[in-house]
Design a protein around this ligand. Sequence first.
Ligand SMILES: [Zn+2]
Length: 406
Amino acid sequence: MSDQQKYDSFDEYKIRKLISELESKEGRGTELISLYIPPKRAISDVARDLREEASTASNIKSKTTRKNVMDAIESILQRLKLFKEPPPNGLVIFCGAIPHGAPGTEKMEIHVLEPPLPINIYLYRCDSKFVIEPLKKLIEEKDVYGLIVMDRAEATFAILRGRNVEVLNTITSGIPGKHHAGGQSARRFQRIIEQVAHEFYVRIGEYTTKYFLGKDIKGLIIGGPGPNKYEFYEGEYLHYELRKKVLGLVDIGYTGEEGIRELINRSENLLQQSKLMHEKQVFNNLMATMVNDYTKVAIGKKEVLEKLDRAKILIMSEENDDYHLTFMCPNCGFQLEADIQDEQEPKEGRTCPRCGTQMDLISKEPLVTHLAEMFKNRGTVELMSTQTEEGEQLKNSFGGYAAILG
Ligand SMILES: [Zn+2]
């Protein structure tokens, strides 16, 4: 498995988590900046546009809003200096002063992220909320599946991205479909027809490789009327990498584009299951290890944190609501890290154990993200939803944290 696939669930989780956090945030004025930079945009152009925005912002009437907008633009410009050019998929930046209570509690926040797929819009927006729709849509598009609808007369290839389907091509064999009239053929013609069908399956296999191999698809679904799809799947026509990705063979009534639409409708369960199947496997592996040798597992947050050095696989629930906080003493620079549950978050900073000064909270991130970042170069991170019974069990019986130890 490539690293790309290995950390997929974690990268996606991080972005989904960020999206849901940003969604709830609101500025006191029109002062939250969203900036989408496509891969080909020159950073120098973006910086020039931002300086123009800053000069427009200098006319804002409210003194606080003006200052916050100009500070945010300045923060973004500082961050952009770290890039010679945008990363391969572009760059998305959210920046603004977020209120934490009464006026005057605003804190400047900046989030810089590289999207999982190329972002194709250039957008600067200053509003009371962040613009996250384009990012949301992009995440949805990351669920990509290959579709083949076939019998021995024709085969249609399509790609499903989120809810969008794109039909790629239809190829034909010359063998009449079953809706064409055809009586009994003599045995020697039958053999020729079999040969033509075999060659057609070879071509279907070649097109499948061309369209889907190395394209980061999550699965492949093959549909069609009658038994030809089984002949194709069971024969040696599919590239072995793609064969592993086949989620199922589905009986449908039609071929062609109509067949593709029918296949998507019939495959809803299959698509849902492919996401959830992985969670089941992760959990079953954890249970099997525990039953076999309980010293090889760590269960619950406390034990997982204690034994993290020995862990090979770290399993966490997406629903965990613990946070990892970092405090810093403004007087002596002493730093303190703490893990807490959201509702226990101290309203005031802690006191510095060295000099007694009130410490500042300098960062707050979900504990899941913190642990996954720390751990991902040493082992596998698995995130579980609570959409499966297994995910529910991890959350309820295991406190949302477990690890398989080496
Ligand atoms: Zn101190």
